[in-house]
Design a protein around this ligand. Structure first.
Ligand SMILES: [Zn+2]
Length: 312
């Protein structure tokens, strides 16, 4: 299957009470690990690229690798998505490169500016059958080049969503209900909580409209432990409990972003590999097990959080 936009994926996910996984990609092993799991479980998938991943790997490499992944797995619907596009120009560049979906993130801008710029992105994107995600409300944490402190983070105001979606014409909306970027989402002893009441309120205002959750890694304790056991130092890394995410996926949430969990699985596995095989120096050995770890992590997400097995 050629690349698709997110329209039909989200429609089916909304109606079926499940969500599509949006996994961040930087290199070949990550792409292959994600696609391996999705092919095994017949799951539709969104491969997403942040602006810093785009700089790291170069857009031409990423697009060609994703095209290869589609060719190798023709039965799986795949969307290639820009994560956190900070400007019209960046969104346009990705659309011109062949992305089938883009996020315009104007959430840190004044409301009217966010509306105006998102509307402009939509106008360009829809000409090329590309879907657009935008964001209202601000998540705390670090996302590549974007850092938002706890004090500046704010929940999405349900009173704004209808006006925003109508005026911009966006196809999906990322909201802030307590998730955050990075591996340190909660302090030890703090009760992790998602504001599903705000999600429900947003869903009431926008019936049938796909909602997106960013910063939704679970920071699986077994990987944190593995990192720390094999020479790493990530004390108190805590994520969003998976059962809360599954609850959100049954509601209006159609896209759940996962980045930190991929990084963590890969890093933990490579650390363990080096500790156990100090003489090895062939990158295929440690990147191979890292790719396997990505694959099993994505399979785990599909089963426990997303519920999209067999939906391809
Ligand atoms: Zn994000």
């Amino acid at each position: 299957m050629a690349l698709v936009n997110t329209k039909e994926m989200f429609q089916k996910a909304y109606d079926g009470g499940y969500a599509i996984g949006a996994f961040n990609i930087n290199d070949m092993e990550i792409i292959q690990g994600i696609m391996g799991a999705c092919a095994d479980l017949k799951a539709p998938v969104i491969l997403q690229v942040s602006s810093s991943a785009r700089k790291y790997a170069h857009p031409a490499y990423l697009v060609k690798m994703v095209e290869a992944a589609c060719k190798e797995n023709p039965e799986i619907p795949v969307a290639l998505h820009l994560d956190h596009g900070s400007s019209y120009e960046l969104c346009k560049a990705c659309i011109d490169d062949g992305f089938t979906s883009v996020m315009f993130d104007g959430s840190s801008k004044p409301y009217e500016e966010n509306v105006e710029e998102a509307r402009k992105v939509v106008e360009y994107a829809h000409k090329y059958n590309v879907t657009v995600e935008a964001e209202l409300g601000q998540l705390a944490g670090v996302e590549d080049e974007v850092e938002v402190s706890d004090d500046n983070a704010q929940f999405t105001d349900p009173n704004e969503v209808q006006d925003f979606v109508t005026r911009t014409g966006v196809d999906s909306l990322a909201i802030a209900i307590g998730t955050s970027h990075g591996a340190y989402k909660f302090k030890p002893g703090q009760n992790p909580k998602l504001r599903l009441d705000i999600l429900q309120e947003v869903a009431n205002r926008l019936p049938g409209f796909p909602i997106v959750l960013h910063g939704a890694s679970s920071v699986l304790p077994e990987y944190v432990q593995m990192v720390n056991q094999f020479g790493g130092k990530m004390p108190d890394a805590i994520g969003i409990p998976e059962e809360m995410l599954r609850e959100a996926a049954k509601m209006a949430v159609c896209k759940i972003n996962v980045d930190s969990d991929l990084r963590l699985a890969m890093t933990a596995t490579v650390r363990k590999y080096f500790a156990e095989n100090p003489s090895h120096f062939d990158p295929r050995q440690y990147l191979g097990v890292a790719r396997d770890a990505i694959q099993s992590l994505v399979a785990h997400k599909i089963n426990t959080v997303l519920g999209c097995e067999g939906k391809a």
